[in-house]
Design a protein around this ligand. Structure first.
Ligand code: NAD
Length: 489
């Protein structure tokens, strides 16, 4: 079991504050929200709940910073600040990963990988800061000159979920800062600790006051940000249900720009000609990575009928061998994030027991793990494509496996979902793979692989999985607006 460092322990003893204008301030109300260690259910921290006066003063500080410092900051300076933040994150891998592991529950080695990925993401966008260009447009008249500029939006609210707390925050902060915005980060109430730790590093990196602020709180704080007249954009990652509320809040307030990274129910399709050894290795993690709390989880597994028994037997065998423990012991799988999430996932499992055949798992962990939020990795099989467990995002370690016969049938099954985030196809037939890639209604297609990510590659959803594309050059469009400038010569 990993021993906690002195820095980690000291950070956990901090009192609940908000990070406003590069200072740690008390919230206007003394209400706090507890944070629990998902491995044992013990309270480890508490966060301040930002209320309307807090949101107002934070937005005001961001506006002052934007007007006075950030709007005209040299892009090379923005790049240097972002690089510095990446460097500091790399110097603080130990406390950041320990805090992430304690707060979210994930295995410590995965938390370390997340922290490194966050730093890499920042470095990628630091490279963009001085390359955000407009264009010059010929308009068929020698007397007219037109050019465009891509300008920062101003004050942006960034609302993130609890499954990859630091990474999700950085996915938004990195492009928003590269584009020259002032950011108000609202982490999830279940997992705010690493965002608060990050705030210290932001100050140390030298960001001017008001350029990045961190407001903790629950959905009410997120809602106040979404409705605020002084905010120009909300970048949101979370559930489809809340994403719709954010969009509605924009319509009811100032029509702020909104980008949404939402839920998924991704199909992972295995043809009879697939390289079965690679499938076996990948399928386990495509199905249970991060204890299933992953938006791209391959929760609908379809296997060609001729390989169905072989693939499913192997998945059951490998899943049965997964270790499950406190994240600090670096098991294969950690607990779920909260008691609420256990109740939600077990509720889906119970409905699955009525509508599908249970092949493995199906229960909350008992015995020595009963105080924590552990749920067994669970495999169902049903060919009822409208079953609840096949249609709804469970966001836990639960997959359904179903057989299929041919290409036409499988594309219909795969697209039979309100979601369209990710998808995968396993086949050696390159033309079949690309035909599928063109017809699937999903923002990402992996051919003979799963969960491949890179900061340079756009990511986002079709249908109810979201609006907009994060990552890559695409994210610059989310955090800038284009202005056309006409000159009558
Ligand atoms: P959630 O929607 O409950 O909460 C997300 C964030 O929104 C939290 O910070 C929460 O406090 C805030 N919030 C809650 N109510 C709000 C409101 N009315 N207005 C504004 N903000 C509000 O999601 P969650 O349970 O934290 O995360 C799980 C969900 O996130 C899953 O659906 C998952 O698929 C999705 N997710 C998507 C991606 C992606 O990139 N597409 C990545 C990770 C997670």
């Amino acid at each position: 079991m990993k021993t906690l460092s002195k820095t980690t322990i000291e950070f956990l003893n901090r009192s609940p504050k908000l990070f406003i204008n590069n200072e740690w301030l008390d919230a206007s109300s003394s209400a706090t929200i507890p944070s629990f260690n998902p491995a044992n259910g013990e309270e480890i921290f508490s966060i301040a709940a930002a209320n309307e006066p807090d949101v107002n003063r934070t937005v005001e500080a961001a506006r002052v910073a934007f007007d006075n410092k950030v709007r005209d900051m040299n892009p090379a300076k923005r790049a240097a600040l972002i690089h510095k933040l990446a460097e500091l994150i790399e110097q603080h891998i130990e406390p950041l990963s320990q805090l992430e592991c304690l707060d979210n529950g994930k295995p410590i080695s995965r938390a370390v990988a997340d922290v490194k990925a966050a730093a890499a993401h920042l470095r990628y966008y630091a490279g963009w800061a001085d390359k955000i260009e407009g264009s010059s447009i010929p308009v068929n008249s020698p007397n007219i000159m037109v050019y465009t500029r891509r300008e920062a939006l101003g004050v942006v609210g960034l609302i993130v979920p609890w499954n990859f707390p630091l990474v999700m925050a950085i996915w938004k902060l990195a492009p928003a800062l590269a584009c020259g915005n002032c950011c108000i980060l609202k982490p999830a109430e279940q997992t705010s600790i690493t965002a608060l730790y990050l705030a210290d590093l932001i100050k140390e990196a030298g960001f001017p006051k008001g350029m990045v602020q961190v407001l903790t709180g629950n959905g009410k704080t997120g809602s106040l940000l979404s409705h605020h007249m002084g905010i120009n954009k909300i970048g949101f990652t979370g559930s489809t249900e809340v994403g719709k509320k954010v969009l509605e809040a924009s319509a009811k307030s100032n029509l702020k720009k909104v980008s949404l990274e939402l839920g998924g129910k991704s199909p992972n399709i295995i043809f009879d000609d697939a390289d079965i050894n690679r499938v076996h290795q990948s399928l386990l993690w495509a199905s249970f990575y991060n204890s299933g709390q992953e938006c791209t989880l391959g929760s609908r597994v379809y296997v060609h009928k001729s390989k169905f028994n072989e693939v499913v037997d192997e998945l059951v065998k490998r899943t049965s061998a997964l270790s499950m423990e406190s994240g600090l012991a670096n098991p294969d799988l950690g607990p779920l994030v909260s008691e609420e999430q256990v109740v939600r996932v077990v509720g889906y499992i119970d409905s699955g027991k009525n509508e599908a055949e249970l092949l493995l798992g199906g229960n909350r962990k008992e015995g020595s793990l009963s105080h924590g939020f552990f749920v067994e990795p669970t495999i169902f099989t049903t060919s009822n494509h409208s079953a609840t467990i096949v249609q709804e995002e469970i966001f836990g370690p639960v997959v359904n496996v179903a057989p299929f016969e041919d290409e036409e049938e499988i594309i219909a099954y795969a697209n039979n979902s309100r979601y369209g985030l990710a998808s995968a196809i396993w086949t050696k037939d390159i033309s079949r793979a690309h035909k599928f890639a063109h017809r699937i209604e999903a923002g990402v297609v992996w051919i003979n692989g799963y969960d491949l990510f890179h900061p340079a590659v756009p990511f986002g959803g079709y249908k109810e999985s979201g609006i907009g594309r994060e990552m890559g050059k695409s994210a610059l469009e989310l955090y800038t607006q284009e202005k056309s400038i006409w000159t009558n010569l």
